[in-house]
Design a binder for this molecule. Structure first.
Ligand code: HEC
Ligand code: HEC
Length: 428
């Protein structure tokens, strides 16, 4: 009876069909909605696992240089857990406020100037209005709660911030500069400083894959090597991804505090000038090869100091670490140091390009004008091209004296001030 009423009647059958269809759609919709949630929780778990694995790898491989907390270790490695690596701009909000005040002020001044022009030809009634508006504008510009007062308050906040950052700046956080309009420009991002256009994630990952072969030249105790199996190092690609995830996990977004900047123990070192590293006590030697060679006669080279500069045990007179030995010792990444002097006599001097060269001229040119001649078997552009700015004439003389000590064809005779040109007598 019921069945006949409900199912057998065609209208009811359609109704049941529609109801079931809608029901199924709702069910599917429900599952679909929750699938996203389920996937997200799966992804979160996956990421959490990756960070966990990364933390273990970091503890095992990286803390000796980057610190247990990732805040760096003096002369061993820069902080990674740092507002600088993550590019936090401490002055963003202050800059916005100052820019807004400046814009408002410029707008009001423009309005006032226009009114003053109009004033000349205005009738009395209009002049009355203009005067009233001008007084209003004056009050907004210079009144007690006016823009000038607002600006002074923001400037005070800005200067406070600059002061509290000072200890970090002393440690190598890039020095911010105050612009004419009161805003602050600072290279607050490591990636911007390096002109890296990709993401931070790719920066970290790439550093792990390739290392920083040249970092030895400006880091006293350490070098960032490659960690990738692609280069014969111990870590697999998924492990490098986990390490990257772990480091990325330190990001605090907009919540980086001044304390975070002050907690950093070691900021990245800057290879060339700047970074608070350079303390010049002599002018740079420059790139004029003939002039340098002529001046070399006026100084006595000290091979012992030369060896120390060469091997990064001492800075150049311009406060730079030259790190020649990092590439040249044993000929790892450049011709072996102990062969350089003799190379000239055995090989280079026979080339027409070097007709009329002395060994000094050849070596000076190799150092200050690296592109002039590329030693066969090596790629151009590997030897840094900026030594002319990073060493003095005395540094040059000392390094040449050191290289000379290895010569077998041109025996080294320690120069005496009275007899400076021992090189002139090869058979001595
Ligand atoms: C022997 C010391 C040493 C070890 C061990 C070491 N690093 Fe480094 N790392 C450095 C130095 C030095 C630099 C700075 C290189 C430069 O200035 O070009 C650096 C740079 C980096 C950078 C780039 C930071 C920047 O601001 O340029 C990352 C990322 C990094 N290391 C991650 C790691 C990870 C992850 C590990 C462990 C797998 C590790 N490092 C192990 C010394 C080390
Ligand atoms: C980053 C690696 C690197 C550093 C650091 C470096 N060099 Fe070189 N140097 C090379 C390479 C590679 C070559 C060979 C290619 C060329 O001729 O430019 C070379 C070539 C030379 C030559 C020519 C050698 C020959 O046999 O004819 C001299 C001399 C030299 N370097 C001296 C120095 C001195 C001195 C310093 C430090 C002030 C220094 N280099 C720092 C990589 C380096």
């Amino acid at each position: 009876m019921l069945q006949r009423l409900l199912i057998d009647r065609i209208e009811n059958r359609i109704l049941v069909g529609i109801t079931m269809f809608v029901g199924i759609m709702i069910l599917i919709g429900w599952v679909a909605i929750n699938e996203g949630e389920r996937m997200r929780s799966f992804t979160n778990q996956f990421e959490a696992r990756s960070i966990e694995f990364g933390a273990e790898l970091f503890a095992a491989n990286c803390t000796t240089c980057h610190g247990v907390d990732g805040r760096g270790i003096g002369n061993f490695g820069p902080a990674l857990n740092s507002p600088y690596l993550f590019g936090h701009n401490y002055f963003a909000s202050i800059n916005n406020q100052i820019t807004a005040i400046n814009a408002r002020e410029a707008q009001l001044i423009a309005e006032r100037d226009a009114l003053m022009q109009e004033f000349v030809n205005a009738n009395d009634a209009r002049r009355e209005q203009i005067r009233a508006r001008r007084d209003e504008i004056e009050a907004i510009l210079t009144g007690e709660d006016g823009l000038a007062a607002e600006r002074a308050a923001v400037f005070a906040e800005r200067d406070n911030l600059l002061n509290s950052l000072q200890p970090a700046i002393d440690l190598g956080y890039p020095q911010p500069t105050v612009n004419e309009d009161g805003t602050v420009t600072s290279v607050y991002s490591r990636l911007a400083f390096l002109e890296w256009n990709g993401s931070l994630e790719s920066f970290i990952y790439t550093t792990l894959v390739h290392g920083r072969p040249t970092s030895k030249t400006y880091w006293e105790n350490a070098q960032m090597v490659s960690w990738s199996q692609q280069t014969g190092a111990p870590l697999r690609d998924d492990q490098l991804r986990n390490l990257t995830a772990y480091i990325m996990n330190w990001d605090k977004g907009n919540a980086w505090t001044i304390e975070d900047a002050l907690a950093v123990r070691q900021y990245p070192l800057v290879p060339v000038a700047g970074g608070g590293e350079m303390v010049a006590s002599a002018p740079p030697v420059g790139t004029d090869v003939d002039a340098i060679v002529a001046q070399l006669d006026t100084v006595v080279g000290d091979p012992v100091r030369g060896e120390q500069i060469y091997n990064n045990q001492q800075r150049s007179q311009l406060g730079a670490r030259l790190g020649c030995g990092g590439c040249h010792l044993n000929g790892v990444a450049g011709p072996a140091h102990n062969a350089k002097w003799d190379h000239f006599f055995n090989e280079r001097s026979q080339l027409p390009q070097f007709a009329g060269y002395t060994v000094q001229k050849y070596l000076v040119e190799s150092i200050v004008n690296t592109g002039a001649y590329i030693v066969p078997g090596y790629a151009a552009g590997q030897m840094p091209g900026d030594f002319a700015n990073r060493m003095s004439l005395q540094d040059m003389a000392d390094i040449l004296a050191y290289l000379h000590t290895f010569s077998t064809v041109d025996p080294y005779v320690p120069p005496t001030p009275a007899e400076p040109s021992a090189e002139a007598t090869p058979e001595a």
